[in-house]
Design a protein around this ligand. Sequence first.
Ligand SMILES: N[C@@H](CCC(=O)N[C@@H](CS)C(=O)NCC(=O)O)C(=O)O
Length: 219
Amino acid sequence: MATPVKVYGPPMSTAVSRVLACLLEKNVDFQLISVSMSKGEHKKPEFLKIQPFGQVPAFEDDGFSLFESRAICRYICEKYADKGNKGLYGTNPLAKASIDQWLEAEGQSFNPPSSALVFQLAFAPRMKIKQDQVVIKQNEEKLSKVLDIYDKRLGETQFLAGDEFSLADLSHLPNTQYIVSATDRGKLFTSRTNVGRWWNEISKRESWNKVVDMQNKSA
Ligand SMILES: N[C@@H](CCC(=O)N[C@@H](CS)C(=O)NCC(=O)O)C(=O)O
């Protein structure tokens, strides 16, 4: 039997949960290895050997390691092309290019304001850190502009990269989940007709619900 791939980090981390959703969508066996961020284990020399920036997740397969959640997801889709959801990363160059385009939009345009809101609105109160209202306002405005573009796109296609659920949609699940379910800013998504319809659909994926269960159990 093949050795399961290893994911290092807590499921509560948005970047870790992106990789877990991808593995579940691709039906790839994995072993989740605990890294206690509160104990600073992600900054220890042993961990820095596989994630030199001292962040989670780190990933191992076949004796080599990777970091950066989106790169890990692309690798999983290519390496395990024949498993699980075979169309997750497209099956031809044009489909892949469209998925890559929206993955870049997620990483470059959506993630900066949405992760700032996740930190300020969901994590800062739990960590007893004072919220910065200026940062919240600025990032809410930035995210609104991004979501206006998404709403137009999602009025033309069912999902971001076309009419099939893809890695591009999956990559939006972690931050959106926190904003919709753990802050009072969920309307940024649900008040927009097409974004709301899209969120309703992608958040029901079995793979994602398993990740949310893992997060709830580890909370
Ligand atoms: N771009 C990285 C981001 C990783 C990241 O920011 N991880 C956070 C948790 S979601 C972390 O490790 N934060 C602790 C730190 O930066 O010290 C990825 O997608 O893997």
